[in-house]
Design a binder for this molecule. Structure first.
Ligand SMILES: Cc1ncc(COP(=O)(O)O)c(C=O)c1O
Length: 352
């Protein structure tokens, strides 16, 4: 057996995928799926909502593969990268036996999915300046840690992981663990990402999403990109009609060339605002440090974070705090908004 599949839960390897009965002859009368025969007159969706939608719509799989520069065989469309994270944990971690390994501080969904699954979490700290310490990660890794989550650029610290450190982890854990690299914010960075490492690492999964740069957070559409055997395994545990038709239509539309051109302009605007906001925040007396960021957010250490949070809230501005996160108690994560929103935040913090 493929050594990567051998890491998966035996019952998932043995699972017969739930049958989806949507791929038929387009002109056929569908009396096989217990749907309602009428689309309501008020149904304004681009796909008839009375019908179940294809689990992995080929057109979207192909469009995402073309967009990310890979083959359709390497792509699984998911309901946001959150679902991909959950699928990976469920496919590889046996409750009460297996673990995931995360590099903290990082995105909370890895831990959440593991806890739901009953899998322990090994937290390996990033270095004081939030770099990946490959030596420490490998020293803390044990065979029970079936999945290692890396996030680049990392949420909430904003930095991209160094390719040498990531490659060292990938090489050392080849055939021993799945390494999932979450690239939710890659479009805001100047980095190429780790898709190029895929042919050399059958246990690597890259997570991408349309939620951030493409502005489709509400549509819930992401992609897991990996070797075909891994894609087939993860797809096996998705419910048969998982992707809503309107989501698929919205995602396909977002991948049209005009929309992609608009997306690039908006990314430029966000990156420009990120630089402007970082400089303006760093000049405020209440700010102790603004961390460099390659995402659409800034991690900012305040002299009095509660006061900054309170002043922002008074003006109706929500910021993210980390009261229980070691090393981040005095920090807030600020999403880059529009120019007007960022100015409003600066004014609120100046008053504070
Ligand atoms: C690092 C990271 N990964 C994944 C996600 C979830 O993205 P999605 O909307 O695709 O589920 C987020 C959302 O904030 C994130 O910060």
């Amino acid at each position: 057996m493929n050594e990567v599949l051998a890491l998966a839960r035996p019952e998932i390897r043995a699972l017969v995928p739930a049958a989806a009965h949507v791929n038929g002859i387009p002109s056929a009368v569908r009396l096989h799926a217990n749907e309602n025969p009428w689309a309501d007159e008020a149904d304004v969706s681009p796909t008839a909502l009375n019908r179940y939608f294809d689990g992995q719509p080929q057109a979207l799989v192909e469009a995402l593969a073309a967009h990310y520069g890979t083959s359709p065989r390497n792509v699984l469309v998911t309901r946001g990268s959150d679902e991909a994270i959950d699928l990976i944990v469920r496919a590889f971690c046996r409750a009460g036996q297996d673990r995931i390994l995360v590099c903290t501080p990082t995105f909370g969904m890895y831990r959440f999915s593991a806890e739901v699954q009953g899998a322990d979490v090994v937290a390996v700290p990033l270095s004081p300046d939030f770099r990946l310490d490959a030596g420490l990660l490998l020293a803390r890794w044990t065979p029970e840690a079936k999945v290692v989550f890396l996030c680049s650029p990392n949420n909430p610290t904003g930095n991209a992981l160094e390719p040498e450190a990531v490659e060292r982890v990938l090489a050392a854990l080849a055939g021993r663990a799945i390494v999932a690299i979450d690239e939710a914010y890659l479009e805001f960075s100047g980095q190429p990402g780790f898709l190029g490492s895929l042919p050399r690492h059958p246990g690597l999964v890259i997570l991408r999403t349309l939620s951030k740069a493409h502005g489709l957070a509400g549509a819930r559409c992401g992609a897991a990109i990996a070797a075909p055997a891994l894609i087939e395994l993860l797809g096996r545990i998705m419910p048969p009609y998982a992707l809503p038709g309107p989501t698929v239509a919205a995602a396909l539309d977002a991948l049209r060339p005009e929309r992609l051109a608009r997306m690039r302009t908006r990314i430029e605007a966000i990156v420009g605002e990120r630089m402007r906001l970082a400089a303006a925040l760093a000049a405020l007396p209440g700010v102790a440090r603004v961390w460099p960021s390659e995402g659409n957010f800034l991690l900012v250490e305040f002299r009095d974070a509660a006061r900054a949070l309170g002043a922002s809230a008074e003006d109706g501005l929500l910021l993210r705090e980390f009261p229980r996160q070691p090393k981040l108690e005095a920090s807030l994560r600020i999403t880059i908004g529009s120019r007007a929103e960022n100015d409003r935040l600066l004014a609120a913090l100046e008053r504070a």
